[in-house]
Structure formats: C-alpha cells, structure tokens
Design a binder for this molecule. Structure first.
Ligand SMILES: [Ca+2]
Ligand SMILES: [Ca+2]
Length: 467
C-alpha cells in the first residue's frame, strides 16, 4: 500500500501543479455536477442532434417529400457531405504529402465535425495504424463510405469504434479512446509519466461506462443503448472541460483514485483478484456473509463468457460492486442487489428471501448488544415503504419506483449503513447539493468524501495545502 500511496500521492501533487499550470480553478472539494441538469451536456446532446437531423433528411427525399421540404430540389445530404469533404481535404493540405500522423489526427477529426476524442479510434478505423499516418485520398473514401451507411453520430461512433466489424461495442473497443484521453487530456498530464496507472484508469473508465450505458447487462453496448445513454455527450464534454474531475461521469480522476485505492486495500496479494474473505473486509466488515456468498455465486456477473472461476472477483466486477454499494438508487444498483437477494431467481423477493437475509442482521446486532426489531415489524416498515403491487412479494419495478432503496437494501445486508439510517432523518441524504445547487448522487458524495480522506491519509496533510 505504501508504494501505491507514494506513487499516487506524487501523481496527485503533479496533478495539482498541472492544474495550476493550465490556469485551472481548483475543483477538489468543489462539488461535481449532477448528470442530467447540467446545461453543457444538454448543449452537447443538442449539437449531436443537429448533425443527426440533417443527415436524416435524405430519407424524406427518398420517399418523395423532396419538393415539399426543399422547393429548389437540392439534395441536402450530398451538399453537406461535399462541404465536409472539402473541409477535410483542406485540412489534409496542411500536411506534407497530405499525410496526417496519429498525434495530429485531432485536426482531421474536427474537420469531420466529430468530437475531438474520437481521434484515435478514427485514426485506427481509417487504417492509420499500419503506416503510422492516414493520407487524404484513402480517408476521403473512408469518410464518404461511412456517411453513406451511418446517418447519425451514434451509429458513426459505433462503426468507428468497432472498425465496422460489429453491431455492438465490446469493452476492449474503448481502450484506444480512453488511453488517448490519458495521454492527451490537459487534466491528466500529471498521469502521463505514471504509466503503471494508465491501464487501471482505462479499465475503471470502461467499467463505469458499461455500468451506466449497458443497461442490458450483456457486456455489449448496442446502438440503442448508445443513443439512450449520455456517453457521447460526455465524450464531447472532454474537449470543453480541462478539469477532468469536473467530469464526474466516467472520466473523473478522483473517482478512479477512490475506486482503485479501495480495491488495492482489499487485494492483499495484488494479483488484481479478490476472494470472498477480501471482500468481507470491505468497509470494516459492513456486509453480511450471506450477501457476500450471493455476490460470489455468479448472480451479478455479466455475460459469464470469461468467468473462469466463481470464487474470485475481478477488478471490473469490483467497480460494479462499489458503484452499486455506494449508490443504491442507481438503476443498475437496484438490479444488482435485486439479483443478489432473489435467491430462487423467480423475479420476486419473497418474504422467505427477506427473512433469510434479515436473520443474519439480527444475529449480528444481538452479538454486539444492539436492540433489535423483530422480522415481522421490520417487514411491515419495509412493505410500507416499498408498497409492492402484488401483495406479499417485491418486484424489481416496485423497488425502482421507490426513492429509498438504499434503506431497503441496507436493512437486509449492510449493518453499518443500516444503523446509520436508523439514526438519521431518512430524507437527509437526499438533500445534499453542490455549490451550484445541483443535487448530488450518493456516489458523487461518497467519492468526494473518500477522496478527501484518502488524500489526507496518504499525504499526512490537508489536501487543500498543496495548492
Ligand atoms: Ca488477490
Ligand atoms: Ca425470489
């Protein structure tokens, strides 16, 4: 831990000076934005839609609406595509032999009206990896063909990331993009030298992307999932926001740091896997052993394709665990814990299943001399809170409707948090807001608090001081 602490601490200090160097405001302790209401995301999404709109217009043309919408009868798509192709050709003209190398491919990417951080996937998809550069003629062909088959940003992104090979994105397809963010984003310059952390950061970001975007749990992000999620808007935001920690969705360095430190603490032999005894130590043995058994039973592993051993948890699986554990109102978290508690997999939590988990909580409370609530009384409280549609059993949609799922789940398997809830106004946790009045998610709040603690612990100093 000490070596990690030292390297990461150095990285943080470097980060601080890097942030100062680019004239960035200090964002540590500055509360991160909430995903939905941030107008910058709304803007990014709107920009994407604008592109999508004009690309879709030829469909009207094909079905005979051309004259109605475009009295002059001008085909819109070829005109716009020609404009883009001219712009791209002009961009290539600025390079010797019209050949653009990898590290300058952002220029071409922007000429194509794509978000900047599509640049390396685009470079690779256009065949740049072989020669180390892309030339004008082959790229213009490539782009014309791409636009002929992909009419909106989401489908173009999917095609670029998969190099046209698949209709869905696999986790490894994201590696070039996220690795490029590590290497070139101004908010991560401090991490450039610390190459040993690159892969950890990359895999953390990818795991977080799948946690939020891959709502089907398939391990493959479909075009529909890409369209519905906020990933494209967040990737666009990367070029507008120099402080990586202000991008709390997926890319925040501070969030990565918290997740990775938590894993490192548990993974004593540092083989990047933890077993049930390691996980039991999480958060001072807060979780019940019955729950931990369920996590390791395969109830919450995605796809299962690469699952070689059920008695250990990978780093990616830990990211899903921690995100679920610290924000139990996130839709993926509700599904995660529901899967764990639905012992017979019938799609309902029965009274028997609730009692099975509560029994261990009772034993643990008895053991430390805390006054307990009998199961029947606890059940009444929980049913009052959840109000299930079908009497006597709780469905996933019952829980998703309820605003207090964290209280529900913690009652059955997290003793520490359960006792916390008991002593707190149940609505208090939902009232935290950042400086700009946006409501914080449980995860954002947890990550910010833990980051402060970790930095104070490792550095032995107030994290504000190094600025
Ligand atoms: Ca291990
Ligand atoms: Ca069940």
């Amino acid at each position: 831990m000490r070596a990690l602490a030292r390297s990461l601490r150095d990285a943080i200090q470097l980060r601080a000076s890097a942030a100062a160097a680019v004239g960035e405001g200090h964002h540590r302790g500055h509360n991160p934005p909430d995903p939905d209401p941030d107008p910058r995301w709304a803007k990014a999404a709107a920009d994407g839609d604008a592109l999508q709109h004009f690309q879709l217009q030829p469909q009207h043309e094909e079905i005979g609406y051309t004259r109605f919408y475009y009295p002059q009868g001008k085909p819109i798509l070829p005109q716009h595509l020609d404009l883009v192709l001219k712009k791209v050709a002009a961009a290539f003209d600025n390079f010797p032999n019209q050949q653009v190398p990898r590290h300058q491919f952002g220029v071409i990417t922007k000429a194509c009206d794509c978000p900047l951080y599509w640049k390396i996937p685009l470079f690779i998809a256009a065949g740049g990896d072989k020669a180390g550069y892309v030339d004008a003629a082959s790229f213009l062909d490539y782009w014309r063909n791409l636009c002929a088959s992909c009419h909106n940003p989401a489908s173009r992104f999917l095609n670029i990331l998969t190099r046209g090979l698949r209709q869905h994105v696999l986790p490894e397809d994201f590696i070039p993009l996220v690795q490029d963010v590590v290497e070139t984003h101004p908010g991560l310059t401090f991490l450039k030298e610390a190459t040993e952390f690159h892969s950890r950061y990359v895999h953390t970001v990818i795991a977080r992307i799948y946690y939020c975007v891959n709502r089907s749990w398939s391990g493959r992000i479909s075009l529909a999932e890409l369209r519905r999620g906020n990933l494209l808007a967040i990737i666009k935001l990367l070029e507008e926001e120099d402080d990586i920690n202000a991008i709390t969705q997926y890319f925040s360095y501070e969030h990565f740091y918290v997740i990775y430190c938590k894993f490192w603490e548990l993974d004593r032999d540092h083989d990047l896997f933890i077993d049930r005894h390691d996980l039991a130590r999480h958060s001072d043995h807060a979780l019940s052993s019955r729950l931990i058994d369920r996590i390791f039973s395969g109830a919450v592993t995605r796809g299962g394709r690469h699952k070689l051993r059920e008695d250990r948890m990978s780093y990616t699986e830990f990211v899903w665990f921690l995100l679920s554990e610290e924000d139990k109102s996130h839709p993926t978290a509700v599904e995660y814990w529901f899967r764990c508690m639905d012992l017979d997999g019938d799609g309902f939590l029965s009274m028997y299943e609730l009692e099975y988990f509560y029994e261990e909580q009772l034993q643990r409370m008895d053991a430390i001399g805390i006054e307990t609530l009998p199961f029947e009384d606890c059940l009444c409280q929980m049913l009052d809170m959840i109000r299930p549609e079908v009497t006597g059993k709780i469905s996933l949609s019952d829980l998703k409707r309820c605003k207090m799922t964290s209280i529900f789940f913690d009652t059955f398997f997290n003793l520490e948090k359960y006792l916390d809830h008991e002593q707190r106004d149940p609505f208090a946790s939902q009232r935290d807001h950042d400086n700009e009045g946006r409501e914080l998610s449980d995860w954002d709040r947890y990550a910010a608090e833990e980051y402060e603690l970790l930095v104070a612990e490792e550095g032995g100093q107030d994290p504000q001081e190094d600025l």
